[in-house]
Ligand binder design. Structure first.
Ligand code: ATP
Length: 298
């Protein structure tokens, strides 16, 4: 018997980053939107904790104890006084180290899959607590949809979304380290006062109304200058998508994946074709949002 959980990637449609805190983290006003690129985490009985991974980018995924899915299994087992006996398989389709929270998605998926396999009956509130212990983006991977994250991003308020948005994601060659991007943010901010982070009212209204043009006007990512500083070629990717008719372009989270909001499905196909032809990215993926959170597959 095995169980499989599908988990979505995310794009930050509004990422306001506050000053560095004494603990090194930054207070955020982080508006997450789950998008229809997915990993699938399958949990099956095993004599100990085993981990395998397949799919594009699988070779970049660590298969040791640092893997977030393995950490999730150990955390849940420990909470219930069990041994973490499970074979976890990650079918990976979310770009690795791409600013789309793939590792966080796998952690949320592993929690839900192991909970079902072991029959531990963990409530959603307890699962959210475990998610927050595993990482700032993990609670959102569990919930999906759209949400405002405060604190490090883990204190979530779900947000209403009034329609379907059409996106293209330009996947880069190689990843960017999230901690390195935050260090670059701090370096670029050293001569200015960073204001407290706020989510824009216009952004929340655009999501609520399902208004792509308004969302395009409100997209904002405070990490984008840092990601561009570390990877200047991303400016060419953003420009290529804009020139092809995207309503707006931005770096996804800490990058290097670039996100393009389009008016409809046919514009998305056109932008993806132009991005691929431009040679400014490895591949371009078309999808929609919002996507549901971690979902047990039948
Ligand atoms: P975020 O947007 O949450 O900052 P990201 O999408 O940029 O993250 P991830 O794909 O989550 O990046 O991976 C970041 C690093 O985490 C990888 O380089 C890898 O070493 C490590 N990692 C641990 N577990 C996983 C996992 N299950 N899948 C992918 N990477 C993992």
């Amino acid at each position: 018997m095995s169980v499989t959980v599908r988990v979505p990637a995310k794009v930050n449609v509004g990422l306001a980053v506050g000053p560095a805190r004494p603990d090194g983290f930054h207070d955020l006003a982080n508006v997450f939107l789950a998008v229809g690129l997915h990993d699938e985490v399958t949990a099956a009985p095993a004599p100990g904790l085993e981990l395998t991974c397949s799919g594009p980018g699988a070779r970049q995924v660590p298969l040791d104890g640092t893997n977030l899915a393995a950490r999730a299994a150990r955390l849940l087992a420990g909470r219930h006084g069990l041994a973490p006996d499970v074979h976890l398989h990650i079918a990976k389709d979310i770009p690795v180290a791409g600013g789309m929270a793939g590792g966080s998605a796998d952690a949320a998926g592993a929690l839900v899959a192991c909970d079902a396999l072991w029959g531990t009956g963990t409530s959603e509130a307890e699962l959210l607590d475990l998610c927050a212990e595993l990482g700032s983006d993990v609670p959102f991977s569990l919930l999906g949809g759209a949400a405002l994250g405060r604190g490090r991003g883990e204190l979530l308020t779900p947000l209403p979304v009034g329609g379907t948005f059409h996106w293209v994601f330009a996947v880069a060659d190689g990843g960017l380290s999230t901690p390195a991007v935050y260090r670059e943010f701090d370096r670029l901010a050293q001569d200015r006062t960073v204001p407290p982070p706020e989510a824009s009212a216009g952004l929340l209204a655009a999501l609520r109304d399902g208004d792509a043009a308004a969302l395009a006007a409100a997209l904002a990512n405070d990490l984008q200058p840092a990601a561009l500083s570390l990877r200047p070629a991303l400016a060419d990717t953003l420009a290529a998508g804009r020139a092809a008719g995207a309503l707006a372009a931005l770096v996804s989270g800490s990058g290097p994946t670039c996100a393009f909001l389009t008016a409809d499905a046919s514009a998305a196909t056109e932008v993806a074709g132009a991005l691929t032809a431009s040679g400014t990215c490895r591949t371009a993926r078309v999808t929609t949002a919002p996507a549901p959170g971690a979902t047990l597959l039948p």
